[in-house]
Write a new protein. Structure first.
Length: 281
């Protein structure tokens, strides 16, 4: 802490399960002079649950240009501010990023108070490589700009993570398939909530899954790097596709042949894995 100046605390809040609020974050929210929230209605619910009575003000995408300088002035005056987003870690794909830069420019101490984060939670449970990854936030809403962004990021040599809303998930996945071709994907939704779900497969099978099951909840899209799909897919993914085809009426022989061709793996190898799995049931 710099003498005479306040501190900006970046407090992670639960992304679903309220038990994920850390004791340290709870203490910061209690002790802060101001809680700056992306959505005050949502944060009031959190404050009510934890019996918090701090001074709550709004700071979001549509008022950040006006509110940011006011918050900086209060920090310079010695007040401590706890910044929270709708859910998760503030400053990641939200307006908190700007406030952090403004605080640093004024030599104000910025302190992260770690906790829940949807992107990292989705990544570590995806089964895709996590040693090298790229977080792209939300892709552009317009189709033209989205395709331009996808063209720029096509050859990133690592796992790629996006956020997406349920009403756009299908069109976004279709654009990714068109721009990048079929590759491994995990769709994580409702992370830490009652209906948490992970779909693991490739983009084509993900689109089939979403066609059969109406998308609900915010999605984390985790995509494998631009390698051969079979090299980075979890071992069960091709078998999941075989079972899905068989459930739709495709004969086992035809299903095995189609999936072996799609994933570029020997049909005999896939058949042996299926037999071993069936014998183990």
């Amino acid at each position: 802490m710099i003498e005479g100046k306040g501190t900006l605390y970046l407090c992670a809040t639960p992304i679903g399960n309220l038990e994920d609020l850390t004791p340290r974050a709870l203490r910061m929210l209690k002790e802060a002079d101001i809680i700056a929230a992306e959505d005050t209605r949502h944060t009031r619910q959190l404050m009510t649950h934890f019996d918090l009575h701090g001074h709550l003000i709004s700071y979001h995408e549509h008022n950040k240009e006006k509110q940011g300088p006011l918050l900086i002035q209060r920090l310079l005056a010695g007040e401590n501010i706890a910044l929270v987003s709708d859910a998760g870690f503030p400053g990641i794909a939200d307006p908190g990023e700007l406030l952090v830069r403004q605080a640093i420019a004024e030599d104000i101490t910025v302190v992260p108070v770690p906790g829940a984060n949807a992107a990292l939670s989705g990544l570590v449970a995806s089964g895709l490589p996590s040693s090298t990854f790229f977080f792209g936030g939300f892709l552009p809403k317009s189709k033209k700009n989205r395709r331009l962004q996808l063209d720029e990021w096509q050859n990133i040599p690592g796992t790629i993570i996006f956020y997406e809303a349920p009403h756009r998930i299908k069109v976004v996945l279709q654009d990714i398939l068109t721009a990048w071709g079929n590759r491994a994907v995990v769709l994580a939704r409702e992370i830490t909530k009652m209906h948490e779900e992970f779909f693991r497969g490739d983009i084509s099978s993900a689109l089939e899954h979403l066609a059969e099951k109406e998308p609900r909840g915010e999605f984390v899209i985790i995509l494998g790097a631009g390698e051969k799909v079979a090299e980075i897919l979890p071992q069960t993914a091709p078998l999941d596709k075989v079972r899905m085809l068989m459930a739709k009426g495709t004969q086992k022989k035809e299903a095995l042949a189609a999936v072996a061709k799609e994933y570029k793996i020997p049909k005999r190898e896939l058949y042996n894995k299926l037999i071993l799995e069936e014998e183990g049931e």
